[in-house]
Ligand binder design. Structure first.
Ligand SMILES: C[S@@+](CC[C@H](N)C(=O)[O-])C[C@H]1O[C@@H](n2cnc3c(N)ncnc32)[C@H](O)[C@@H]1O
Length: 233
């Protein structure tokens, strides 16, 4: 098991007209880092196709799963690609894939929401010898959670590493991104819209105001973990 921790560059959010710039960066990196061209691919939490859009090599079959019907509707359509609206934490998902075999399972910016990651990884170990994931960790928006005293709703790096290492020989790489903003309001809009667990819907007006006043940086913190796993023999 190789583990490394890197601190990455700062991006200027204002240069991008997008609330998912970090997701775009990491999904591109996930595909770029593939060490071979898998023929049969399963993707979990495909969203509107950020990973798929980066796949430029031929494949035999690609199954993309997401529990949001509108995401599935917005996903690109192509021959040999099946987009299935399913919850990756559900029995229905297990049943759907149980008799299948894949060369690799991919997932970008999605599995941090799993209610039982160990169970999913166990299921995947029966259908694929390789996994390649990138997940946001609970250290995303760290300063924000320190100020509010709330717990991040997404999985922490240790839990993620433990779940993956139970069934696969894994390499982990933790990257930290800082996304700078020139206006505080834009930064707080970004938190709400980014979909990586920092929405302040659980904060009272008073708590939200305190956060707005006390947040000390002109940047947001993101932590992602890249995982490459090879099933134990
Ligand atoms: C932040 S988006 C990432 C989408 C895409 N993978 C990307 O890189 O842009 C997270 C996606 O995971 C999906 N998702 C979250 N929990 C899920 C679950 N339990 N089952 C299936 N999809 C899920 C969401 O609907 C959403 O499309």
């Amino acid at each position: 098991m190789i583990k490394s921790v890197n601190t990455q560059f700062c991006e200027h959010a204002n240069e991008y007209n997008s609330y998912n710039i970090i997701q775009q960066i990491v999904s591109k990196a996930l595909v770029r880092e593939l060490e071979f061209e898998p023929k049969r691919i399963l993707e979990l939490g495909c969203g509107s196709g950020q990973v798929f859009k980066n796949i430029s090599f031929p494949f035999e079959y690609y199954k993309a799963i997401d529990f949001s019907q509108s995401m599935c509707d917005n996903h690109p359509k192509k021959e040999n690609l099946e987009v299935v609206c399913l919850d990756f934490d559900s029995e229905a998902f297990e049943k759907n894939i149980q008799n299948e075999q894949y060369d690799i399972v991919l997932s970008s910016s999605a599995l941090q929401w799993s209610k039982n990651l160990t169970k999913i990884i166990h299921t995947l170990s029966q259908i694929s010898s390789k996994i390649s994931f990138v997940l946001f960790t609970a250290s995303t928006f760290q300063t924000l959670f320190e100020i509010t005293g709330k717990k991040s709703p997404i999985l922490d790096s240790q839990t993620i590493q433990k779940a993956c290492s139970s069934f696969y020989d894994c390499q982990f790489e933790v990257l930290n991104y800082k996304l700078e903003f020139d206006e505080k309001k834009k930064m707080f809009d970004y938190i709400k819209n980014s979909g990586v667990g920092g929405g302040n819907s659980t904060l009272s007006f008073k708590e939200a105001k305190k956060l707005y006043q006390q947040y000390p940086h002109n940047y947001l913190e993101f932590e992602v973990i890249f995982i490459k796993g090879e099933r134990f023999c």
